[in-house]
Design a protein around this ligand. Structure first.
Ligand SMILES: Cc1cc2nc3c(=O)[nH]c(=O)nc-3n(C[C@H](O)[C@H](O)[C@H](O)COP(=O)(O)OP(=O)(O)OC[C@H]3O[C@@H](n4cnc5c(N)ncnc54)[C@H](O)[C@@H]3O)c2cc1C
Length: 426
């Protein structure tokens, strides 16, 4: 087989946010390493990173998720403010609208102790353009919903641009001399014995094993160490060598809507200092929308579970009927004027969903580190995940995050995993 690129210290598979931040901190920690990033796409951030709704929040029920996100937000902010590198960050806030006996209240009250949260009562909700606080009885009983009575607004939250966030790491990696191999599909991890005997059928049960190379579309690449940052596609590589990724693909869809009411709502919000409507989560079914001020539109989405199978399509498409019949009735019950908004664009992607606790998985096996299971919030946690991958690569047990908090690496691994179940997955 042709040798496509010589021998590297580290080969990172996947040029989404996870692969880029992992490569960045590995190289930054030791500039002498020869690092390569491989992706089958034509450029970086073409997988789920480029399909994100693109909001960030540090409102999580779990302390670990809070720190992964809070630290990454602080780092992104420091780059945007300190280095003049625009990540498109706007602190428009995340507004959780709540019903009178909202089941999320206890968690939100706890989250308030960790970060900046503003509480709005009914009087203040009355001042929000487009929001209806009344609901016809039949609508309420058919959809199983109740009007909003209050809201919690996370202030260290907002929107950013995935290509700009990822672009920062890509540019820095290029400057540090990291190589990129795009349009290159990794077909297989080649399992080999650490000390080959050159017998057919190796490696045998009793031989120490490692990944000896990558079978790629145009030959083979060899490295001492591999980082698998392939998100929902991780099973295709790990499955054949008998390693479980512990995540399942969940299809998620985004509908970008526009029209005069959307435009008016977007820019006439007086409760935060940006004047832009916040990222808003309705009290039921996780229906949410993210302002897209540049396009004067809104991105609407909602997570579904029962009835949505785990299949993984190569080119997933958004289903207009899902917007019309599942999302829109709920959306227009709270914001009646959005009922006549038009779909201007739509797309779909996948969450690599950790179905057990909705935290990322970062674990080492042989000479590979796997980073997946970002469960719908990998962009906002991307910087912290990269730091943990790099620290695991260096053989450390703990990682100091940008916000000063320390994470025990094994807590996000498999064998000694210790994380609570996350309650705020959108
Ligand atoms: C609709 C939607 C909305 C979302 N909204 C948000 C949000 O608002 N905020 C947020 O923080 N997160 C959000 N997410 C989640 C976020 O997008 C992901 O958590 C994050 O992008 C995962 O990054 P990644 O690098 O792990 O994966 P990806 O970006 O998917 O990167 C994986 C890369 O691996 C490559 N690859 C895979 N297999 C191979 C192979 N065999 N050979 C070569 N290359 C390979 C792919 O081409 C891809 O580029 C959203 C996701 C979706 C789908």
């Amino acid at each position: 087989m042709e040798d496509a690129g010589g021998v590297y210290d580290v080969a990172v598979i996947g040029a989404g946010i996870t692969g880029l931040t992992s490569a960045y901190y590995i190289k930054k920690n030791d500039q002498s390493l020869r690092v390569i990033v491989i992706d089958r796409a034509r450029s970086f951030a073409q997988g789920n990173t480029g399909r994100a709704t693109a909001g960030f929040r540090d409102l999580f029920s779990s302390g670990i998720n809070f720190n992964l996100s809070n630290s990454s937000i602080s780092f992104y902010r420091s780059i945007q403010d300190g280095s003049n590198y625009d990540m498109g960050m706007k602190f428009v806030g995340y507004m959780f609208l709540l019903n009178e006996d909202d089941s999320r209240l206890d968690v939100l009250d706890e989250v308030r102790r960790k970060t900046k949260v503003r509480v709005l009562g009914r009087d203040e909700l009355e001042g929000i353009r487009g929001l209806s606080l009344e609901m016809p009885g039949e609508e309420s009983s058919l959809l199983g919903i109740k009007p909003a009575v209050s809201a919690y607004i996370g202030e260290n939250c907002g929107i950013f641009e995935p290509d700009l966030v990822a672009g920062f790491y890509f540019d820095e990696l290029r400057k540090m001399g990291v190589e990129f191999l795009f349009n290159t599909d990794v077909k297989k991890l080649i399992l080999t014995p650490r000390e080959p005997l050159d017998y057919p059928g190796e490696p045998f049960l009793w031989q120490d094993k490692k990944i000896g190379g990558l079978d790629i579309s145009r030959g083979e690449i060899r490295a001492d160490f591999y980082v698998i940052a392939t998100d929902v596609w991780t099973d295709f590589l790990l499955g054949p060598v008998g390693i479980d990724s512990h995540m399942r693909p969940r299809k998620r869809q985004v509908f970008q809507i526009g029209g005069p009411h959307v435009e008016a709502m977007l820019t006439e919000f007086s409760i935060n200092n940006t004047g832009i409507f916040p990222f808003t989560v309705l009290p039921y079914y996780g229906v949410h929308f993210r302002p897209a001020p540049k396009e004067k539109q809104m991105r609407v989405s909602a997570p579904d579970y029962i009835g949505r199978n785990f299949s993984l399509e190569e080119y997933p498409e958004a289903e207009k009927s899902y917007y019309e019949y599942s999302i829109k009735p709920v959306l227009q019950s709270y914001f009646p004027s959005l009922g006549d908004a038009r779909i201007k664009g739509m797309w779909a992607g996948y969450y690599s969903y950790n179905t057990l606790d909705a935290h990322p998985f970062i674990f080492r096996d042989m000479n590979i580190i796997v980073a997946t299971g970002t469960s719908g919030s990998g962009l906002m946690k991307g910087d912290a995940i990269g730091r943990i991958v790099a620290s695991t690569y260096s053989g450390k047990e703990r990682t100091e995050l940008f916000n000063g908090h320390e994470i025990e690496n094994s807590n996000l691994g498999v064998v000694k995993r210790e994380v609570p179940r996350e309650r705020f997955v959108l």
